[in-house]
Design a protein around this ligand. Structure first.
Ligand code: FAD
Length: 261
């Protein structure tokens, strides 16, 4: 790892000022993705700006039909928070399935969705729960935020401040974990709303996506066990072939639907 400067921001304006003060800068939250990337020299920022000390950026609150979770809320906090557990229990369960205790005690919601790893859990929650992502630059709907592998709609220097998850009537998350990393080999989030269903898949393809065929089948009250994604659009690697991932998607969908019903 090469030398870098480390600063702590105490306000969003202060973080933006530090970001713009020359050289290549990066915000750091839990550091569980950024630091490994720096160790392997995939990222070489001149300055790290810690945003976890900004007051209020980890707040969790329910407001109308949304549950708002601050960007620096750690996975362990979300998993254990009484408001999250009562508003969207499936979201608390998802947070508990991320990594191991060390990862959950450091990693944050904002870091996870900004990184947008194709096997990460929170991007699936954002898509399935029709989330609004609030940033220092404005608001995005989740459908417009996740652009592709490790790519989002965020501009350079833009900070995610909080995420508003729409409260479903019911939701369920089924995850087949990689036994070593605990990232999703495949995971499916199913949410039922008063006006329809949303189904999101992570781990299976180069980027998180909505399974519109499953959404239509659920809306029509049709069985989903015969649904199969096209393997030619899914990932194939040393851990699982595309055909196996397609099969896992069908199985995880059935698991989530059974839990939800
Ligand atoms: C062993 C291991 C296992 C893991 N298993 C899983 C798993 O099962 N499921 C899963 O989903 N994830 C998993 N992760 C990833 C983990 O959840 C990370 O914590 C997360 O992806 C990144 O969050 P962070 O807070 O650590 O972000 P950081 O590493 O601090 O930052 C990541 C990126 O986001 C940027 N950033 C951070 N916060 C903000 C913000 N608020 N606004 C704008 N930019 C921001 C940073 O500049 C950086 O580019 C695992 C990680 C490890 C090391």
């Amino acid at each position: 790892m090469r030398e870098f400067e480390f600063t702590r921001a105490t306000s969003l304006d202060g973080a933006a000022e530090q970001f713009a003060s020359g050289g290549e800068a990066a915000f750091i939250a839990g550091g569980h993705t950024l630091l490994p990337a720096m160790k392997s020299r995939l990222r070489m920022p001149d300055r790290l700006i810690d945003i976890t000390g900004i007051p209020g950026l980890d707040r969790i609150e329910r407001d109308g039909d949304r549950l708002w979770i601050g960007a620096t809320a750690r996975h362990a906090t979300v998993a254990d928070d009484a408001t999250v557990k009562s508003a969207i229990p499936s979201l608390a369960k998802l947070a508990l399935l991320i990594g191991d205790p060390q990862v959950r005690n450091r990693g944050t919601l904002g870091g996870s969705i900004t990184n947008n790893d194709p096997a990460a859990d929170y991007p699936a929650a954002c898509l399935a729960l029709d989330a609004t992502i609030e940033t220092t630059g404005g608001r995005y709907q989740a459908d417009d935020f996740f652009l592709g592998m490790f790519t989002t709609a965020l501009a350079d220097g833009e900070i995610v401040t909080r995420v508003g998850f729409r409260l479903p009537q019911a939701g369920a998350y089924a995850k087949f974990r990689h036994p070593a990393s605990r990232y999703a080999m495949v995971a499916v989030y199913v949410a039922r709303f008063v006006d329809g269903w949303r189904v999101a898949v992570t781990g299976a393809a180069p980027a998180v996506f909505r399974w519109t065929g499953a959404e239509a089948a659920l809306a029509a009250g049709q069985p989903t066990d015969g649904l199969l994604l096209d393997p030619s659009e899914l990932n194939s690697d040393i851990h699982a072939s595309a055909e196996y991932r397609a099969h896992l998607c069908t199985v995880m969908l059935a698991k989530a639907v059974a839990e939800l019903v």
